[in-house]
Design a protein around this ligand. Sequence first.
Ligand code: SF4
Ligand code: SF4
Length: 466
Amino acid sequence: MNTDMPLAGGASGAIRAVPLTFHPRPGTVHARAVSGRFNGLRWAMAWFTQAIFYGGVWLTWRDGDVVRPALWMDIAHERLYLFDWVLWPQDALLFAFALIVAALALFFVTALAGRLFCGFACPQTVYTMMFTWVEARVEGKPAARRALDTAPWGLRKAALKGAKHALWLALAAWTAITFVGYFTPIRDLLPRLTAWDVGMWEGFWLLFYAAFTYLQAGFARESVCQHMCPYSRFQGVMTDAHTRQVGYDRLRGEPRAHARSSGAGDCVDCTICVQVCPPGIDIRNGVQYACINCGLCVDACDTVMDKVGRARGLIRYASEHVLSGRAPTAVQPRVKLYASLLALFTALGVWQMASRPEVRLDVLRDRGVLMRETADGRIENAYVLKVANLTRGAVEYVAQVEGVPGATIIGNDRLRVAANSVASLRLTVSAPDDGTLRGAQPLDIAVAPQGRRNAAAGASSRFLFP
Ligand code: SF4
Ligand code: SF4
């Protein structure tokens, strides 16, 4: 993508260079509504993603006798619940794989089809769509909204603006409650909220997220995509002339003409593609940073082409290479590289998940007593075992020791641990002191469910002789 001087065709048909602009139109952009394939797809994605976001927080999951949220980041107990899966801080490698896979998926899609994520799935875009939908219901069509913006303040303007902001605030507040509901179970949060009984952090995040949504989606809108989002800045290194993205077929469209005449291109210069554009840019000036690849100008221009009886696709998803009249090329090496890395890290993440242990063990030496000599000539060492049961049911574990000749466990060697919980066992290990071993000797400690040695977890420690 040319980031400096996009080529543009003017009404005369001559190719000229125009400077890249980041503020296509001053003030709020009031884009015209449009219907078509891409607008339908955008709303379908908005419904899909928001049904998951607003609905997911209400789902519950039964773990034995306990009913808990199905999707829950329990910060106090350091657990992430994803339906049947319960992830612990020790699963950080899985999180790392998940982040790498998400980043590679974004790179892959961008290299293949430009900023598709921005136009169809980015929360900023989706919330801006929802907020502008509310705005259009209250204030009317773009022309009426522009007129209202510039009209002097009066009863009507105050009522319309007040109604819009009240609805925006309600939407932002519900979004914030939903967001915090993924950290504090929403069925617990709501009653406390109505009784003004929320904790400091819950209160902070409720206010912060509500204000963030209200300002970002209501006021900042697409300027976030242009000035705040780092992705818009580095997308240029992931795309090239072979990347399919929304573009104007200048060869076919120029020279523009309002009426059909010999030598005129297909563009009738109706500017509807500009009027429907959320960031308010003119795609006929070439690929631009501000374009979020939403496809609304494609819908708009296809409708115009239908009306004037010309073929659709004057604006379409196509690479700059194809739009310049050359034949499509094979899949580019960078796309293949991203696809290979994506497959590799997805496989690694699945393998990591599949090989996740059922139990984890940490062994701490009892720091109060280094060792104890008994009357029958044996040495005793004490340990604290922290056993984490990662399964969905309570399990009784049995401890075993090896590595020091004659070492045995004195007293209790069993521990029952509830599902997805950690419990501690104080373990005393005794070994004969025949004078052959001195100082710190390696000792292996293991725990396993009764009769299931294959599901054991082990840890190394030291046994101290005089
Ligand atoms: S909508 Fe199509 S015909 Fe109208 S100005 Fe845009 S490119 Fe030209
Ligand atoms: S130029 Fe077209 S694809 Fe790009 S943001 Fe505007 S309407 Fe969306």
